[in-house]
Design a binder for this molecule. Structure first.
Ligand SMILES: Cc1cc2nc3c(=O)[nH]c(=O)nc-3n(C[C@H](O)[C@H](O)[C@H](O)COP(=O)(O)OP(=O)(O)OC[C@H]3O[C@@H](n4cnc5c(N)ncnc54)[C@H](O)[C@@H]3O)c2cc1C
Length: 288
């Protein structure tokens, strides 16, 4: 039996491509990882926007062109505001050029999850080819395919890789009414908690806005996000209809992994510890 840690797109594809018997261990109730959806104001919204540069990386995708009108403010400070130590920024923070928004990714995830075995548990002990989960289940495995944090997994098996570093993201999903003259807003001002807002029309006059506030030590306060939205005159209180927040502990990844173990095959963004895009994740799973 192969164990797949993580039921994001990488874990789900690994399980569906794997010829041998496999079992996915997923921490969250919903599968799909960062592309898992939740209902906000009656609409299914994913935790991050499914924006890609090439929409032909998987069969069955429905999509439309997303060519955002971008507003930049103090962009020369952006890199230092988000990550001084990073050599490059993830490609998913680059909104220039032709982009596509995938409309049916939740369907793709739901279809992928139908044919695979998933349990809503996570490993707490890994020893002698045996995994014990938080619910006391014990599973003997041949190999582990890892798509969860490589750092976390190494700790479980008694190793530490000091090279693995990351920046966290506090994501606020805002449902608003009313048009704006921009679709992507980028702000490098360190006095403003957020750096990126990505928005798209979801029905008539209603929009979803993804607000990214990156951080390394203190979790940003939602009140600060709202007061900065007011300060920058981006949204007034009566335009906001609903909101949700999510914390992504390891959002921007940097540092080169230095520890490899023969019974663990690292895949996905957190296993490879690379800022891969959705398209790259799908491509790399086939090589894993
Ligand atoms: C803020 C942000 C925005 C992004 N925007 C875009 C974009 O617009 N376009 C694009 O192409 N790419 C984007 N990406 C990249 C994209 O999210 C990844 O390429 C893709 O999600 C990789 O899927 P994955 O399955 O490898 O990882 P994830 O989606 O991170 O899945 C990992 C899974 O492991 C689970 N897990 C974690 N810990 C445990 C544990 N201990 N036990 C069991 N399960 C666990 C998690 O719950 C999750 O389901 C973005 C990434 C971030 C961080």
């Amino acid at each position: 039996m192969n164990i797949i840690l993580g039921g994001g797109i990488s874990g789900l594809l690994l399980a569906s491509l794997n010829k041998e018997e496999s079992l996915i261990l997923e921490l969250q109730h919903e599968v799909g990882g960062l592309f898992a959806t939740e209902e906000i104001s009656g609409t299914n919204i994913s935790i991050i926007p499914p924006i890609v540069s090439n929409p032909n990386f998987m069969e069955g995708l429905k999509y439309h062109e997303y060519n955002p009108r971008i507003i930049y403010e103090k962009s020369k400070y952006l890199k230092d505001k988000i990550c001084k130590e990073c050599e490059t920024f993830p490609s998913w923070l680059d909104f220039a050029g032709k982009k596509f928004w995938i409309d049916n990714f939740s369907e793709i995830i739901s279809n992928l999850s139908k044919g695979v075995k998933i349990i809503n548990e996570y490993p707490i002990i890994i020893k002698d080819k045996k995994i014990i989960t938080n619910k006391g289940r014990s599973v003997i495995f041949d190999k582990i395919y890892n798509t969860i944090s490589r750092k976390e997994l190494l700790k479980l098996v008694g190793y530490n890789d000091p090279n693995l570093k990351s920046v966290s993201a506090f994501i606020t999903i805002l449902i608003t009414k009313g048009e704006k003259e921009w679709d992507v807003y980028i702000n490098g001002d360190t006095g403003i908690v957020f750096s990126h807002i990505i928005r798209k029309n979801i029905e008539d006059d209603i929009f979803v806005n993804y607000i990214y506030s990156f951080f390394t030590s203190r979790l940003p306060d939602i009140k600060k996000v709202f007061s900065d939205l007011k300060r920058t005159h981006l949204f007034s209180r009566d335009e906001i209809l609903a909101y949700r927040s999510h914390v992504i502990k390891d959002a921007i990844l940097y540092g080169t992994p230095s520890v490899e173990l023969d019974f663990i095959k690292n895949c996905g963004r957190l296993g490879l510890w690379k800022n891969i895009s959705l398209e790259e994740a799908v491509y790399l799973v086939r090589k894993c």
